[in-house]
Structures are given as structure tokens and as C-alpha cells.
Design a protein around this ligand. Structure first.
Ligand SMILES: Cc1cc2nc3c(=O)[nH]c(=O)nc-3n(C[C@H](O)[C@H](O)[C@H](O)COP(=O)(O)OP(=O)(O)OC[C@H]3O[C@@H](n4cnc5c(N)ncnc54)[C@H](O)[C@@H]3O)c2cc1C
Length: 380
């Protein structure tokens, strides 16, 4: 009836992602964190291994991986460096709306090129005045004959300054709030598109985060995904898919912090014994191990529901909120176990704590996940 064994193929995928994280991501992580460099050459290697195209269906040339497969990979990438993993995964977030709501021709035109060569795509929902409340989006798309004209500014966009294609949520009818949102595919090359300032962030500094501006940008109506007014529904469905992936990344971050804390606790001697001999430290490590396992199981459940073609809104939010909060808790406790050394940049755990904070903010804050869960448990 139920089993937790992975298949041979899943073990091989997990192993490949782990080796990539250990041999390619980790050696670059500290430097990219310090400099904020976007490691293009690393993404090239990941692309060649299929680590950036797994979510694309086989008929479009991708690997057609399941949601669970994607989570197995993501945990390993998050274990390597969540900043690098966030940028590696952003194409999935940007192209999923097309896979959900696009026609066959749109999938060929806007998704297939991402299998052939390494390009970046960005998901453009957030604006200065509309974060948690997407209904407040002020970017407009006005119909003009066979085209739409888009105007507005998006902020905090992952890979925004590197993307060749943007998935843009804009209002086609502002009087309808979130029901008036529609989604458009906008090429970077369209006149009027520009990337604004790159953000200087607390954590996940290898990932690019930028403003993207749309000034009277003309796109064909053939670039609209779904019908007018479908934008919010498509965005929410996309997030149902993306949230278990973020949860898996959070499990990876927490696991990295847990492993380091356990090793340090065995090595650090105070009062004549390793600090690992103290019950206070045992309990911190035991809580970490227990919560990591719980977060992983919630993540697998959310992904499994998606793979069964079932509604997973509640479970995707369970996983995202629990795993992001857990990553924050575990990384903070790892700094505690390292003591003063944990607070220093020479040691790896303070980076994990800074990186973890973002997991509680993007793709819906931890508060918004609880709002989604409350709605699901009270209204259905
Ligand atoms: C590094 C980074 C990368 C990002 N990448 C992308 C991207 O690629 N594409 C994209 O579209 N967006 C992206 N975002 C935006 C991200 O999704 C938003 O920051 C997030 O949704 C929160 O919006 P906000 O920052 O405007 O905060 P606000 O919505 O202003 O929220 C502020 C605080 O109020 C709380 N809050 C808000 N409303 C309620 C409520 N009703 N009840 C209780 N609490 C509430 C929030 O939980 C939060 O704690 C990114 C953000 C960051 C920081």
C-alpha cells in the first residue's frame, strides 16, 4: 500500500545530483556568496547533464521527470548551495505556466528552445506594490489589434538580468483584481524591455535578483498563455508545482547545516569533553534530524500527489512552510552549536543561515502558506 524505497533510476538521479553538488557546486559556493558572481560556467555544466531541463516533457526534448524526481535532485542541489540551486531551478518556475496553460504551438515556441541551448527564463509576478497580494498588480496589458502593449515594473525577479524570455503577469482588466490578470511570454529582445538594478542580497548571493521593466512593450496575442483572466489561476497552479521543489531545497540546506553541526560537536572540546557529550547538544541534533525527516516526507507527499494528477495545494503549502521554517531553525541552531565561530564568515554555517531566510520569503512567505492552508482546511 505504501513504500519509501526509491527506484534504481531515482537513486541514480539522486547520486548524479549529489556528485554535481559535491564536486561542482560546493567548491564555488563560498566565493560566489562573497562576490555575488553568477556562475555561468557552472550552469553550463548543469545544463549538459540535464539538471536544468528535467521538468520539460519528453515530447519537447526534456527528461520528463516526475515531481518527486525533481525533489530528489533539488534536495542535493540545495545541500550544495541554495543560491546556485535557486538560479538553476528558475527556468522551471518560468516555463511551468506555459506547460500548464499553453497550446502545443506555444510549448514548441517558448519551451522547446530551452532544451536545445542554455538560456534563462524568469517568472515575473512580483511588483513594488504587489508582493503577497498579486491582485494588486499594476502592470497592464492593453489589447491593440492583434497585439497587446505591456507597461509596468517587476521587482525581485530571479535571473532577471540574464533571462532571454520573461513570463509576465499583467492586468488586462484592473477593475477585476486578481481575476483580471493574464499571462504573457515576452522576449528580452522586444523593444521596451530592460533589466534594472541587480539586488545586493543577504543570502543566496550567487542567484541574480533584478528589476525588469516593460515600457510600452508590444507582443502578439499569440504570446498570451490561456485566456484573458486566467493569469492568477495559472500562477497558483504553477506554485503548487514549485513549492515542493523549494521545500526540497530547504531540506537540503537544513541537512547541510545538520551534518556540519554534528561533525563540529564531535570535534569541539570544552570542559575536557567534546561538546557532543552534552545532552543540550544531543537534543538540538535530535530535533534537527527528526524535523528534517518530517519535512522530507511532507515534500515527498506533495510531489507524489502532483505525480498522481491530484490537487496538492494544501500539501504543497504544508511542505513549503514546514521545510522553510525548519531550514531557518536548523541553520540557526547550527550557528549556536558552532558558538562564536559560527558567527564568523570563515566557517560555513552563517552562510546557510543567511541563505535559509529567503526560503521563508519567496514563492509565498511562511505567513501566506498558512493562509493557503487555512483556506484549504476551512473552505473545502
Ligand atoms: C531573492 C528573491 C527572489 C525572488 N524571486 C522572485 C521571482 O523570480 N519572481 C517573482 O515574481 N517574485 C520573486 N520574489 C518575490 C517574492 O515572492 C516576494 O518577495 C514575496 O512574495 C513577498 O512579497 P513582498 O516582498 O512584497 O512582501 P509583502 O507582501 O509586503 O509582505 C511583508 C510581510 O507581511 C506579511 N503579510 C503580507 N500579507 C499578509 C497577510 N494577509 N497576513 C499575514 N501576513 C501578511 C508577509 O508574510 C511578510 O512577512 C523574490 C523575492 C526575493 C527576496
Amino acid at each position: 500500500m505504501i513504500g519509501f524505497d526509491l527506484t534504481q533510476e531515482q537513486i541514480a538521479l539522486q547520486d548524479m545530483a549529489h556528485k554535481f553538488a559535491a564536486n561542482e557546486i560546493r567548491p564555488r559556493a563560498a566565493e560566489c556568496d562573497r562576490t555575488g558572481e553568477f556562475p555561468t560556467e557552472l550552469f553550463g555544466k548543469a545544463f549538459d547533464l540535464g539538471l536544468m531541463t528535467g521538468f520539460i516533457p519528453e515530447d519537447l526534448g526534456g527528461l520528463g521527470l516526475s515531481a518527486l524526481d525533481a525533489c530528489l535532485i533539488e534536495e542535493e542541489l540545495g545541500w550544495g548551495c541554495s543560491g546556485i540551486a535557486t538560479s538553476m531551478t528558475a527556468n522551471g518556475l518560468a516555463l511551468t505556466p506555459i506547460l500548464i496553460g499553453g497550446t502545443g504551438d506555444q510549448k514548441k515556441a517558448f519551451v522547446e528552445p530551452f532544451v536545445k541551448t542554455l538560456h534563462y527564463a524568469s517568472f515575473c509576478l512580483t511588483e513594488p506594490g504587489a508582493g503577497s497580494d498579486a491582485g494588486g498588480i499594476a502592470t497592464t496589458a492593453k489589447r491593440d489589434g492583434a497585439d497587446y502593449v505591456l507597461s509596468g515594473r517587476k521587482c525581485f525577479i530571479t535571473n532577471g538580468s540574464h533571462a532571454s524570455q520573461y513570463t509576465v503577469f499583467a492586468s488586462t482588466d484592473r477593475s477585476k483584481g486578481h481575476k483580471g490578470l493574464s499571462v504573457f511570454i515576452v522576449p528580452r529582445s522586444a523593444p521596451g524591455v530592460s533589466a534594472g538594478k541587480k539586488e545586493d542580497k543577504m543570502g543566496q548571493r550567487a542567484s541574480d535578483t533584478s528589476d525588469v521593466l516593460f515600457e510600452d512593450v508590444r507582443v502578439s496575442a499569440a504570446n498570451r498563455i490561456g485566456a484573458e483572466g486566467d493569469g492568477f489561476k495559472i500562477a497558483m497552479k504553477t506554485l503548487d508545482y514549485a513549492r515542493p521543489t523549494v521545500a526540497a531545497m530547504a531540506v537540503g540546506v537544513a541537512r547541510a547545516a545538520f551534518e556540519l553541526a554534528m561533525q563540529y560537536a564531535k570535534e569541539r572540546v570544552q570542559f575536557g569533553v567534546p561538546i557532543a557529550m552534552n545532552q543540550a547538544i544531543h537534543f538540538m541534533l535530535a530535533d534537527m534530524a527528526m524535523d528534517i525527516e518530517a519535512a522530507r516526507l511532507l515534500t515527498y507527499k506533495g510531489a507524489w500527489l502532483l505525480d498522481q494528477g491530484k490537487r496538492s495545494t494544501k500539501e504543497s503549502s504544508f511542505a513549503k512552510a514546514f521545510a522553510a521554517d525548519l531550514a531557518m531553525r536548523v541553520t540557526t541552531d547550527a550557528v549556536q552549536i558552532y558558538g562564536g565561530y559560527g558567527y564568523m564568515r570563515d566557517y560555513p554555517v552563517e552562510k546557510l543561515m543567511r541563505d535559509a531566510k529567503l526560503l521563508q520569503i519567496y514563492e509565498g512567505t511562511s505567513q501566506i502558506q498558512r493562509m493557503v492552508i487555512a483556506k484549504e482546511i476551512m473552505m473545502r
